[in-house]
Design a protein around this ligand. Structure first.
Ligand SMILES: NC(=O)C1=CN([C@@H]2O[C@H](COP(=O)(O)OP(=O)(O)OC[C@H]3O[C@@H](n4cnc5c(N)ncnc54)[C@H](OP(=O)(O)O)[C@@H]3O)[C@@H](O)[C@H]2O)C=CC1
Ligand SMILES: Cc1cn([C@H]2C[C@H](O)[C@@H](COP(=O)(O)OP(=O)(O)O[C@H]3O[C@@H](C)C(=O)[C@@H](O)[C@H]3O)O2)c(=O)[nH]c1=O
Ligand SMILES: [Mg+2]
Length: 304
């Protein structure tokens, strides 16, 4: 089986690359061989590879910047997935695509279920929602995995940002009124592999499995945190590894006291009943991912 994997320089694509090789031949796609900002070139690029499965974690993920680069965000997050999905449908192969908690408006206090009404607050969220609609609309076998608050030991993410700030500043001020589930890319990768694997290590009847969740499933870490909780766990984790930190205090603030171009959803919790009941997959608590990635982060820092 040949698996085309996009976004290999990103968090989720990076975490998926090694485990996917156990299931098939992974053909990595990046800007050099498949620029997703040029969706019109995707079909011929796929003709050259002829994959049996497409996994697409690539995305335009700069949330604030997207407000000024809407066209680019839509090209990468909506038009490229559409082109991937149309090719996949035409060739009767499955597509695994990724989406985000930012498709929701963050109202209420209940975890969002897959079929709850969407209402993106940002261009990023709207472009990701357009990607979902396009993938579904192509009519082929597909699985859209909505996840949230992704981080890893490397790359640009909340963990590496907070780690940098904790070395530079005596006080960190972090919003406490936005809640979700910080999810390590590793936890997502493990979930995806569980979806694709059977007990004997052979790839499952993929379309059948996707059908059982109607093509859309929520997958993030278990438990709930605010960005403030997440920051505190990162700082505590770094201290546990005896990292030299400037930070003395992590202060909880309201999002209204942390002005950004884009409003983030206040309630980003995703309900995972479908994952648990239809796919029988459980995910670890978010703290487990933080511990693992902090450990890796500190190992990498020592080597520098
Ligand atoms: N990050 C998060 O907090 C969350 C992410 N998600 C979703 O999960 C998925 C994975 O995200 P994550 O791994 O964190 O994203 P990253 O930002 O870590 O990685 C994005 C990847 O997409 C690639 N990419 C961007 N633009 C292009 C382009 N024009 N052509 C080819 N490749 C491109 C990047 O390549 P390059 O390195 O060259 O830029 C990079 O490999 C995405 O669908 C995202 O929307 C969902 C919830 C939370
Ligand atoms: C660095 C920092 C951030 N914050 C706040 C800002 C924001 O509300 C929150 C998180 O900041 P970020 O810049 O990581 O947020 P953001 O880039 O919007 O994170 C999102 O990325 C996209 C791709 C997704 O799909 C989402 O699931 C989510 O992970 O923390 C502070 O309060 N203090 C700080 O020092
Ligand atoms: Mg960000």
């Amino acid at each position: 089986m040949r698996i085309l994997l996009t976004g290999v320089s990103g968090q989720v694509g990076g975490a998926l690359r090694a485990p996917l090789t156990a299931l098939g031949e992974v053909v990595p796609a990046d800007r050099t061989n498949m620029d997703l900002s040029k969706p019109e070139l995707i079909s011929s690029a796929l003709d050259a590879v002829r994959p049996d499965l497409i996994v697409n974690p690539a995305a335009y993920t700069a949330v604030d910047r997207a407000e000024q680069e809407a066209e680019m965000a839509y090209r990468v997050n909506a038009e490229a997935p559409r082109a991937l999905a149309e090719w996949a449908a035409r060739h009767k192969i499955p597509l695994i695509h990724f989406s985000t908690d930012y498709v929701f408006d963050g109202s209420g206090d209940q975890p969002w279920r897959e079929d709850d009404p969407t209402g993106p607050l940002s261009i990023y969220g709207a472009s990701k929602l357009a990607g979902e609609v396009a993938v579904k609309g192509a009519g082929g076998d597909h699985l859209i995995i909505r996840t949230a608050w992704v981080f890893a030991a490397q790359g640009r993410n909340f963990l590496t940002t907070i780690a940098r700030l904790a070395r530079e500043r005596s006080e960190l001020r972090v919003v406490v009124d936005e809640i979700g589930a910080p999810t390590s890319a590793e936890i997502i990768a493990r979930g995806v592999i569980a979806m694709l694997s059977s007990e004997n290590g052979k790839v499952h009847d993929i379309p059948g499995r996707f059908g059982s969740v109607g093509g859309l499933v929520h997958l993030c870490a278990s438990g709930t945190a605010s960005w403030f909780d997440f920051a505190r766990a990162i700082v505590d984790g770094l201290r546990g590894h005896e990292e030299k930190l400037a930070v003395r205090q992590v202060t909880a603030i309201k999002s209204s006291d942390y002005p950004t171009r884009v409003k983030r959803p206040k309630n980003s919790r995703l309900d995972m009943s479908r994952l648990r009941l239809a796919l029988r997959i459980e995910t670890p608590d978010w703290q487990e991912g933080v511990e693992q990635e902090i450990h890796k982060f500190c190992m990498l820092a020592k080597r520098e």
